[in-house]
Design a protein around this ligand. Structure first.
Ligand code: 13P
Ligand code: SF4
Length: 378
C-alpha cells in the first residue's frame, strides 16, 4: 500500500516551523524500493542503530522495529541497548523525549517526523501546572502527590519529579496510584482525566471523591471545599482518539455479534470502560486477545492500526473488530511514514543526524528522577 501524507491538524500546524521538510527525492518512491533501501541502511548501521516502534505505528513502519511495545515496555527496553548510537523512535514526541532522558550520554534519539506530537500531551502546559500548584497552595490543600501520565512534556515530568511525584503509563497506573497514596492524601493526576478516573475507581475511590481541575479557569473552576474533600484531582485533558469510543458503539456491536468481548484502552471515558468487558494498555490488549481461545470474537477500542494488526496478523483464528466501525486513527502517530524512516536512516549512514530530540539540561535531572520512579513501579 502506498503511503499517503495526510493534511496537517492543529497540533502539526503549530509545530510546522520546527519541522524539517522531507526532501523531495523521498516522495513518490514505491513501497518495494523503500523497503529495500531501509533494509540496506539498517544492515549498514547494524548494532549502531536501535529502532523502537509503538503499537500504533503503521505496518509498513513497525515491521522495521527492533523492539515494539507499549509506552512502558519501550521505555524499559532502552537500557538493554547501550551499544546503539542512534535510537530512532517510531512513535510520538513525548516518547522520544523520555528516551532522550533515559539513554546514555553518547546515544542520540531521533523522531523521524517532528510533527509526530500528541494532542493530549499538549493539554498540559508547564505554566498551567505551575499556576495549578500555586493555586492549590493558596487554597491551603496539603499532602498532594503529583502524578503525570507519560503522555506529557519533559517539563511537566520534571516539575512532578521535583515535587516528590512520578510518571505513570497505562500499564502501571494502578500500582502508581497505590505508590502515591502511600506518600500523600491526594493525587493530582494529569493530563488524562479518563486514565486517572478509570484507574482510581478500579482501586475503590468513589466518583464523588474526584474533581476535575480545568487549567483554563481560575483555581481550576473549583471551590477550596471541593478540593479539600477530593482524593483525586483530575486534570481536564483527554485523548481525542480514545474519546470517540462510546457506550452506544458497545451496545450496537453486542447486538450484531452475540458473544463478542469488548476490550478498551483506559484512555476511553469512564462509562465506556464500565460497559466493556476488559480494559488495559496496548500491550495488555495484545496479550489478552492473542491468549484468548481460538474462535473468540473481540471488539477493540483503541487506535485502528493496532486493531487491524490484531485482526490480520497477531490473532489468527479470532475475529477482531474495531469498536468504532470507521476506526479511530491517531493522525500524529501516522505522521511517521516509511519515507521519513528511510530519509533518517540514509542520512545516518552518511553521518548526518536529523530530527534529534534533546531535552534541555535544566529539565533532565528531575525528569530522570520521575522516570526512574516510574520504571520501579510495576
Ligand atoms: P500505551 O501503549 O502505553 O498503552 O499508550 C497508548 C497511547 O496512547 C500512546 O500514546
Ligand atoms: Fe496522544 Fe491519543 Fe495519539 Fe496516544 S492515541 S499519541 S494519547 S493523541
Amino acid at each position: 500500500m502506498s503511503s499517503t501524507i495526510p493534511l496537517l491538524n492543529e497540533f502539526e500546524a503549530a509545530h510546522i516551523s520546527e519541522r524539517q521538510a522531507l526532501p523531495d527525492r523521498y516522495l513518490g518512491l514505491s513501497d518495494a524500493e523503500m523497503d529495500a533501501r531501509i533494509a540496506v541502511a539498517r544492515a549498514t548501521l547494524a548494532q549502531r542503530l536501535l529502532i523502537l516502534g509503538h503499537h500504533y505505528q503503521r505496518d509498513e513502519v513497525i515491521k522495521f522495529a527492533d523492539q515494539t511495545g507499549d509506552s512502558f515496555r519501550l521505555a524499559r527496553g532502552i537500557a538493554s541497548r547501550a551499544d546503539a548510537d542512534y535510537i530512532v523512535f517510531c512513535g510520538v514526541h513525548f516518547m522520544a523525549e523520555s528516551a532522550d532522558v533515559l539513554v546514555a550520554p553518547h546515544q542520540r534519539v531521533i523522531l523521524p517526523d517532528l510533527a509526530a506530537g500528541c494532542s493530549m500531551a499538549d493539554m498540559a502546559a508547564p505554566d498551567q501546572l505551575e499556576n495549578c500548584w500555586e493555586e492549590l497552595t493558596q487554597m491551603g490543600i496539603p499532602g498532594i502527590v503529583p502524578v503525570t501520565y507519560i503522555n506529557s512534556a519533559a517539563a511537566i515530568k520534571a516539575f512532578v519529579g521535583e515535587r516528590g511525584g512520578t510518571v505513570c503509563t497505562s500499564s502501571n497506573a494502578g500500582a502508581t496510584l497505590r505508590w502515591a497514596f502511600e506518600r500523600g492524601d491526594k493525587v493530582l493526576f494529569l493530563p488524562d482525566q479518563h486514565l486517572g478516573r478509570n484507574t482510581a475507581y478500579k482501586m475503590g475511590i468513589a466518583l464523588d471523591e474526584m474533581v476535575v481541575w480545568d487549567p483554563h479557569e481560575m483555581f481550576g473552576g473549583l471551590e477550596p471545599e471541593q478540593v479539600a474533600r477530593a482524593k483525586m484531582i483530575l486534570w481536564k485533558g483527554h485523548c481525542s482518539v480514545h474519546e470517540r469510543f462510546s457506550v452506544q458503539q458497545i451496545a450496537a456491536i453486542r447486538t450484531q455479534h452475540p458473544g463478542v468481548r469488548v476490550i478498551v484502552h483506559p484512555e476511553v471515558p469512564f462509562e465506556v470502560v464500565e460497559a466493556a468487558d476488559d480494559c488495559g494498555s496496548t500491550e495488555y490488549i495484545i496479550k489478552t486477545v492473542t491468549d484468548s481461545p481460538v474462535g473468540s470474537i473481540w471488539a477493540v477500542g483503541t487506535e485502528v492500526h493496532l486493531v487491524n494488526r490484531l485482526a490480520d496478523a497477531l490473532a489468527p483464528d479470532r475475529t477482531v473488530l474495531s469498536l468504532d466501525r470507521f476506526g479511530c486513527l491517531c493522525s500524529t502517530m501516522f505522521r511517521v511514514s516509511p519515507n521519513h524512516l528511510l530519509w533518517i536512516l540514509e542520512e545516518l549512514v552518511e553521518g548526518r543526524v536529523h530530527n534529534q530530540i534533546v531535552v534541555p539540561d535544566d529539565q533532565k535531572h528531575w525528569t530522570r528522577v520521575a522516570l526512574d520512579r516510574m520504571l520501579s513501579i510495576q
